[in-house]
Design a protein around this ligand. Structure first.
Ligand SMILES: Nc1ncnc2c1ncn2[C@@H]1O[C@H](COP(=O)(O)OP(=O)(O)OP(=O)(O)O)[C@@H](O)[C@H]1O
Length: 459
């Protein structure tokens, strides 16, 4: 195959994968040679090689073969003069189901089934910020990453979008590999698991598939909720799971909710997942968000050494941006890029300008009902008593706290708040709000209650 042909093929790939994917993943591929059915590409980093191998290899193979070439396999190599990253590159598979991995640039291929996984070099324990909401998950991940005898199997990490599940799983894999390079650690998403399973069925390679998955030392499956409702994939997952547990091999799973709450996930799979240690990553709180921002800022300082950031900006972002760390990171990335473009320090004005859309989107929409519910739970009284007419002190004070929080945290007017509290007059609300303002200064307990509730509501 000539360079010109690769140029034409790339254009076809552009149409299929879209401009963004093309620019990020396909454009950096440099065709090197085609030899004995293996198409070799140079890639700038192993990470790109891994990713392309994992996600686009079938497509590239398909295009190559339909253009008249006979290509069985793709190989991604970082040229010897390029910088190497800690990850390994995964050449794509074609007709064979054994995965072959290339370890270092320029080295010979080694047969190492499933030894390679597309791990993000940024997702290590060093870069993971620990706070109250994720400390248990982190501790469990650390323990598993030490290797040694399997103490809990499986480890299930679950939590909402962008809270660090994938980050922790990759960190475990990096650590395990660093401690024991011989260990067969396989990380893959549940989607990839299904994809490989379907491919094996199609190509009548189920035996290979089973052998391959049962030969790993550590299996990590990300976003397991994906297989819910996919009956045969669940079944195969179940058997793989059992076979590995029987051999005392560690399994680590992530999901977006607790196993018992994944709809359409077979009960036997749910119960298997609950057999080990199930830990959740709670939504981030203010302190964790600030910690993450400070840690990211240290990293950005290296990329943008000239930039300064005014005191209070990180605090503002930690306060205003939602619990999703991905959004938080994106905001900071954009802020630094923007500030370096315009050559200004990062102050409040620049932040508000640059992140107007993000700030608007993540504006907290706390409702009066939410506040009432939280306050009644906090003081352990019934919601009907909080809202109702009783004037007992043990109801009246929590009611005033709730009114105060409604005034502070929602955009509701005093008459509206009054209406939601059993049709009270706006002057009653005003009185309640003022009373709490006074008590916050004179009564430490009330100040603490209000602060706790505010944090819980804003978390
Ligand atoms: N505690 C943390 N410290 C540092 N970075 C974090 C932390 N939590 C999350 N992140 C970062 O936030 C981003 C999203 O995290 P990750 O992809 O692990 O989320 P996830 O829980 O797997 O989300 P999803 O459900 O969307 O797959 C990543 O860039 C990750 O590095």
């Amino acid at each position: 195959m000539t360079q010109e042909m690769w140029g034409l093929l790339r254009q076809r790939l552009l149409k299929t994968v879209g401009q963004n994917n093309y620019t990020t993943w396909i454009e950096p591929l440099e065709f090197s040679k085609l030899q004995d059915g293996v198409a070799v590409f140079h890639v700038p980093t192993n990470f790109i090689g891994n990713y392309v191998g994992q996600n686009f290899s079938d497509l590239i193979l398909y295009e190559l073969n339909s253009s008249g070439e006979t290509v069985q396999r793709l190989l991604f190599q970082v040229p010897a003069n390029a910088q190497s990253r800690p990850s390994r590159s995964v050449p794509a598979q074609a007709k064979t189901s054994a995965i072959k991995a290339v370890t270092e640039p320029g080295q010979d291929e080694v047969e190492s089934p499933l030894h390679a996984a597309p791990l993000d070099p940024r997702f290590t324990f060093d870069t993971f910020v620990v706070g109250k909401p994720n400390e248990l998950a982190h501790a469990a991940a650390r323990r598993v990453s030490e290797g040694g005898p399997v103490t809990f199997n499986p480890l299930v990490l679950y939590g909402g979008v962008g809270l660090g599940k994938t980050h922790l799983m990759h960190a475990i894999a990096w650590e395990l590999r660093a401690r024991n390079p011989e260990l067969n650690v396989l990380y893959l998403s549940a989607e990839q698991f299904m994809y490989r399973f379907v491919q094996a069925l199609r190509e009548r390679k189920m035996m290979d598939f089973k052998l391959l998955f049962r030969s790993v030392d550590v299996l990590m499956v990300d976003d397991v909720q994906f297989i819910a409702g996919k009956d045969s994939t669940q079944e195969e997952f179940f058997h793989t799971f059992n076979a590995l547990v029987d051999q005392n091999k560690q399994i680590i799973i992530s999901a977006d909710r607790a196993p018992g709450e994944i709809k359409d996930l077979e009960e036997r799979v749910q119960s298997r997942l609950q057999c080990g240690l199930v830990v959740d990553l709670h939504p981030t709180d203010y302190e964790l968000r600030l910690g993450i921002l400070q840690s990211k800022m240290q990293q950005y300082r290296k990329t943008y050494p000239g930039l300064t950031i005014v005191d209070g900006v990180l605090e503002f972002l930690a306060h205003r941006i939602s619990t999703n760390v991905r959004v938080l990171e994106g905001a900071l990335t954009r802020l630094f890029a923007f500030a370096s473009l315009v050559g200004r320090e990062i102050d409040m004005d620049l932040t508000q300008d640059c992140l107007a859309d993000v700030l608007r989107a993540s504006e907290r929409k706390i409702t009066v009902e939410e506040i009432q519910r939280k306050v009644s739970e906090y003081y352990n009284i019934r919601l009907s008593d909080l809202i109702g007419p009783k004037r007992l002190r043990s109801y009246a004070r929590p009611r005033q706290v709730a009114m105060y929080l409604c005034k502070q945290l929602t955009s509701r007017s005093l008459p509206e708040i009054g209406r939601r509290f059993g049709g009270r007059d706006h002057t009653t609300v005003m009185h309640g709000v003022r009373r709490i303002e006074e008590l916050k200064v004179s009564d430490g307990q009330i100040a603490e209650d209000v602060e706790m509730l505010r944090r819980q509501l804003e978390a």
